[in-house]
Write a protein that binds this ligand. Structure first.
Ligand code: MLT
Length: 260
C-alpha cells in the first residue's frame, strides 16, 4: 500500500526534468516550500509532500519515527517512479532525509540538508519533547505553534504579515501528528557516524541567524560528509528557503549545475 495518498491533497508535483523532493520541517507543511516550487518548477520536477500528520495529511497513531517518515517518502518516490531524486530536507525534514539516505541510497541522486543536524537529542532536550507532547495532548497544538512561530524567522523579520504566513504553514498539523513527531524526534538515533558514508553529492545550507538549530551544526555536517558544499545565507533564520528564496534557489540551482 502506498503510504502517501496519491489522490488526496498530500503533495505537489510540478514541472519536468530532474526530480527535486522537498521535505518540510516541524510542525510545518509543504507550503513552506511554495517559493521553491514556484521558481524551480520552470527547470525541474518539483515534488513537495506533506508528511503524515502535517498539512492536513494522513493518519497518525503513536510515534512517528524518522525512519517511518522516510518510508513514506520512499513510497512516494517508488509510486511516482521518479528516483533517483535530489532530496531536500529542512530541519526535521533533514532528519528524515538522513534516514532516507541510509535506507534508500539507490533512489538518491543528491542530498540537500537545510537548517538541520545529525546528532540525537540530549537527555534534557528529549525530556522537553516528551513534556511538550504531554502539553499538546492536554491543550492542543496552539502552544507549540506560538513558540515555533516566534523562533522560525531571523530576529529582524517579525512583521505581522510574515508571522501570520508562517503560522498558516502550521495550522493544519494534527494533534496526533505533532505528538507523534515529538516522540519520534525525541528518540531519533545519532546519525553522525553515517555522514562519512554518504557517497552522493551533498549541499548543506543554513540561515546565518537560525535560532532553532545553530548554524555550527551545518558546519559539522559539511565537514563530515565527503565533498559537501556549505552555504550560509546572511540575514536568514531557521526558515531560510522561505525567507531568502532568491539566494536559496540560486545556491541550489548552481550546485545542481555543478553536479550534473
Ligand atoms: C524543525 O524545525 O523541524 C524542528 O524544530 C526540529 C527540531 O525540533 O529538532
Amino acid at each position: 500500500m502506498c503510504a502517501i495518498d496519491l489522490d488526496g491533497p498530500s503533495f505537489i508535483d510540478e514541472g519536468q526534468g530532474l526530480p527535486l523532493v522537498f521535505v518540510h520541517g516541524f510542525p510545518l507543511s509543504r507550503e513552506a516550500w511554495a517559493r521553491q516550487v514556484e521558481a524551480l518548477s520552470a527547470s525541474f520536477r518539483t515534488i513537495a509532500p506533506n508528511l503524515r500528520g502535517f498539512g492536513g495529511h494522513g493518519d497518525v497513531q503513536g510515534k512517528l519515527t524518522m525512519d517511518r517518515l522516510a518510508e513514506d517518502i520512499g513510497s512516494l518516490v517508488e509510486t511516482l517512479g521518479c528516483g533517483p531524486v535530489i532530496l531536500v530536507g529542512h530541519s526535521m525534514g533533514g532528519y528524515v532525509a538522513l534516514a532516507f539516505a541510509r535506507r534508500y541510497p539507490q533512489w538518491l541522486r543528491g542530498l540537500v540538508l537545510v537548517g538541520t543536524r545529525a546528532g540525537s537529542d540530549s537527555p534534557e532536550a528529549s525530556a522537553g519533547r516528551l513534556a511538550a507532547a504531554e502539553g499538546v495532548r492536554e491543550k492542543g497544538i496552539g502552544g507549540i505553534v506560538d513558540a515555533m512561530t516566534q523562533k522560525m524567522l531571523a530576529p529582524g523579520r517579525n512583521d505581522p504579515q510574515s508571522l501570520a504566513e508562517v503560522r498558516s504553514f502550521m495550522s493544519s498539523a494534527s494533534r496526533e501528528g505533532v505528538i507523534g513527531a515529538l516522540l519520534g524526534m525525541a528518540e531519533r538515533p545519532d546519525a553522525s557516524a553515517d555522514l562519512r558514508k554518504i557517497s552522493r553529492p551533498t549541499l548543506v545550507v543554513t540561515g546565518a541567524e537560525d535560532r532553532v538549530i545553530d548554524p555550527a551544526e551545518s558546519e559539522i555536517l559539511a565537514e563530515a560528509i565527503p565533498g559537501a558544499r556549505l552555504r550560509i545565507i546572511p540575514g536568514a533564520g531557521h526558515l531560510v528557503a522561505w525567507e531568502e528564496p532568491e539566494a536559496f534557489n540560486r545556491e541550489l540551482a548552481d550546485w545542481i549545475t555543478d553536479i550534473e
